[in-house]
Design a binder for this molecule. Structure first.
Ligand SMILES: *Cc1c(COP(=O)(O)O)cnc(C)c1O
Length: 347
């Protein structure tokens, strides 16, 4: 409340001192040279792609098992998303399937760190080097997550974050951030977010009105120092669920890859054999809210339909995944009740 009031009293609502300070604090936390605040995670993707030189004619390889915005951003800049199937264990893009999808038009790979778990970045970075491709990380669900001890969103050419309220680091409205060590990408992103102008009223390119709001930045500055503690609490809650659900027949609990520090933005189980929707309804009847992220893989949505993709692992996952309630301060008894009701569905 004090932080919000401070902004109200200052009367500086756009690009004020909190945006600047939050960008510095986020860059220090992530260990990158530049952090550029923008309007949303979606805009972070659009602006990062454009800042990295991705535009019409380019193909960008990504996963179809993600929120629509990942592919939408690629289309927004005039490029074409090329979908590659996932690793069924991690739900993230399967690096072994990327190379066969590379063509003479491929310009970038856009992995998503889904549910808070790292995509397997080493093979992705190797392919990027071999074929001279940019790597833009969709880190919307994984602020604070790690890959082999490195912060997610700092391994590729740029990392894109969302501060949508439900994300691991959430604002009280929309917000986003681009993290990069590349001076040129940072400079272009800073310019694109303010109508393509380096100097006000001397606009050089067609850009966007996509600034991180000063009030949101002030709120994020209060929350950022807690992120490690909150992510650790999510990890503990995930461990408790793993324990509670380990003997429930048919359920597959989340797999944490040895290279990942999963931050459990979502705790997502698989419920096989056509039971998923029944289980979701049964839990809802007991006042337990669950979500399906995502019921339709992006290549099957009408806007991208017509493409002849067959991506069996993504399609299978879409029919099986169920995300259980999780947040840093979830109580043991809440989790025990979720597990009990869930188990009762199967008998
Ligand atoms: C939330 C999310 C986005 C978009 O972020 P917004 O801030 O809502 O625009 C993009 N990609 C993924 C994977 C997301 O979860």
């Amino acid at each position: 409340m004090a932080a919000i009031q401070g902004v109200l009293k200052s009367g500086q609502f756009i690009m004020g001192p909190n945006v600047k300070a939050f960008e510095q604090e986020a860059a220090a936390y992530l260990g990158v040279k530049h952090a550029v605040g923008v309007n949303s995670g979606t805009d972070a993707l659009v602006i990062a792609l454009r800042a990295a030189g991705i535009g019409p004619g380019a193909e960008v390889i990504t996963t179809p098992f993600t929120f629509f915005a990942t592919a939408e951003a690629i289309s927004q800049v005039g490029a074409t998303p090329v979908f590659v199937d996932i690793d069924p264990k991690t739900f993230n893009i399967n690096p072994d399937l990327i190379e066969p999808a590379i063509t003479s038009r491929t310009r970038a790979i856009l992995p998503v760190h889904l549910y808070g778990q790292a995509a397997d970045m080493d093979p992705i970075m190797e392919l990027a080097k071999k074929y001279n491709l940019k790597v833009i990380e969709d880190t919307a669900q994984a602020f604070g997550g790690e890959y082999k001890g490195r912060k997610l969103g700092t391994i590729g050419d740029a990392g894109c974050f969302s501060f949508f309220p439900s994300k691991t680091l959430g604002a009280f409205g929309d917000g986003g951030l681009i993290a990069t060590n590349d001076d040129e990408i940072a400079e272009k992103a800073r310019m694109l977010r303010v109508h393509g102008a380096k100097k006000k009223y001397y606009n050089e390119v067609i850009g966007y009105n996509s600034r991180l709001d000063e009030i949101q930045a002030a709120i994020l500055r209060v929350k950022l120092p807690h992120i490690d503690e909150w992510n650790e609490a999510r990890r503990q809650a995930a461990k408790r669920y793993n324990e509670l659900l380990k003997d429930v027949p048919g359920i597959v609990t989340p797999y944490e890859a040895p290279y990942a520090r999963h931050v459990y933005h979502q705790y997502t189980i698989r419920v096989p054999d056509g039971m998923r929707d029944k289980m979701k309804q049964f839990l809802a009847d007991q006042a337990i809210g669950t979500m399906v992220y995502y019921p339709v893989p992006v290549h099957k949505l009408p806007v991208y339909a017509g493409s002849n993709y067959r991506l069996p692992e993504s399609e299978k996952a879409a029919g099986e995944v169920l995300s259980l309630p999780i947040w840093p301060k979830i109580l043991d008894e809440t989790q025990a009740r979720v597990a009990k009701v869930l188990e009762a569905t199967l008998v």
